[in-house]
Write a protein of this length. Sequence first.
Length: 131
Amino acid sequence: VAVFPSTGAATAALKVFDDPSVLTCLNRLFRVVFDAQIESNPATRGQVTAVDVDISGTNVAPVADATSVYEGTVGLTAKDGSEQAIGIGIAAVRAGRALSLYSYVVDSSDVVSLLPSLVDASAARLVDAVA
């Protein structure tokens, strides 16, 4: 959680998170991270033939005062042709002059339906703390 000197400063920080360049950065970042993890693990090195990262901005009902969310999947294709989808999400939530980031990884691509239960309780505590 980051607490800013004013609500305006927290709002400006959230706007940076909404910039289209963040989406490009996240897709590149997750590609590099998954490639590195696969290559660094002797059990997976040479076993994964494709890594497909597809992260996008998602419209969700605001949590607290404002919310910005990126969600998507990392699809892995193994040498034997089997596939696995990993769901990824990152949410930024502003409550007054506080800004909190949440990230989550699930072994399913249906991240959108999980977002409210993953973030709401924590965001409610954030709202109470800054009230």
